[in-house]
Write a protein that binds this ligand. Sequence first.
Ligand code: NAD
Length: 255
Amino acid sequence: MNRAGRKVALVTGSCGGIGRALVKKYAAQGLALALADREQSATESFVSEINLKGGEAKSFAGDLTDQSYCDSLPLQVFNQFGRIDILVNNAGLIRRGKITDTSDEDFSLSIAVNVEAPFRLVRATIPIMEKAGGGSIVNTSSCWGVYPGPDHLIYCTTKAALAAMTKCLGRDHAHQKIRINAVCPNEVNTAMLRSGFKIRGLDPENGIAKLNESVPLGHVAEPEEIANVIAFLTSDEASYICGSLVEINGGKAVY
Ligand SMILES: NC(=O)c1ccc[n+]([C@@H]2O[C@H](COP(=O)([O-])OP(=O)(O)OC[C@H]3O[C@@H](n4cnc5c(N)ncnc54)[C@H](O)[C@@H]3O)[C@@H](O)[C@H]2O)c1
C-alpha cells in the first residue's frame, strides 16, 4: 500500500527523455510512482534516486512487446500500491522511412509498442479506475499523428492510431469519470530526436541548433515542457478536458 494516501501514477517509458522529466515532476508533487521501462537496471537506479530523495517509487520494468506483461502490469501496480489514479502511456519508438523502407519487423515492433501496449494497458486499467470512482489517462501521440509528416510512414501511422484511440476512449469512459487525453508534441530534445541526426551522420548539437531556428518560439521543446502539460492533464485542474489531443509545438506547424 502506498504511503499517506498519495495518488499513484503508472508511467511507461519512465527512463526516457519525457518519461524521466514527468516522473521527477510527479515525485516533486508527492505522487507515488510505478516506473515501467525496458531496462531493468536503469529503472531500478531511477527508483532508488527518487526514494533517496524522500519520494515513493517502485520498479515494474519489462518489455512492452510482451503481451502478458502489458495485460498484468496494471494489476501488479494495484496490488503493490492499492490504487492507480494515473496512467501515462509515454513509451514509444520511432522507425523512419517510406513504406518501401519499412520492414515487417519495423511494422510489428512499432504497432506493438506504440499501439498495442497502450491498448492493453488501458484495457486492464479501466476496471481498476472504475471501481475507484475515476482516474486519468494520457497517451503520448505526436503532432505527426494528427498531421503526418514525410518519410515516417509507420511512426505517423501508429501515432494516428493512438490519437484516434484516445478520442474513442475519451468519449467511451467519461461516464465512469475516467478522463483520457493525448499530448501531441512536435520535436522534443530527447534521445529519440537526436537519434535521427546520428543516422544522417550529423552532429546532434548542430542539428538541434538548426531545428531551433525553425520553431516560432525559438527552440524545440525540452522534455519538461511536455511533462508539464501531461501533469496538468492528469491533475484535477483539467477536470473538464476529456478526449482531447493537445498539440504542443512552440507554434511550429508540421507542414
Ligand atoms: N522526442 C520527440 O521529438 C517526440 C515528439 C513527439 C512525440 N514523442 C513521443 O514521446 C514519447 C516519449 O519519447 P521520448 O522522446 O522521451 O523518447 P525516448 O527514446 O527518450 O524514450 C522512450 C522510452 O520508451 C521506452 N521503450 C521503448 N520501447 C520499449 C519497450 N519495448 N518496452 C518498454 N519500454 C520501451 C524506452 O526504453 C525509453 O525509455 C514517445 O511515445 C514518442 O513517440 C516524442
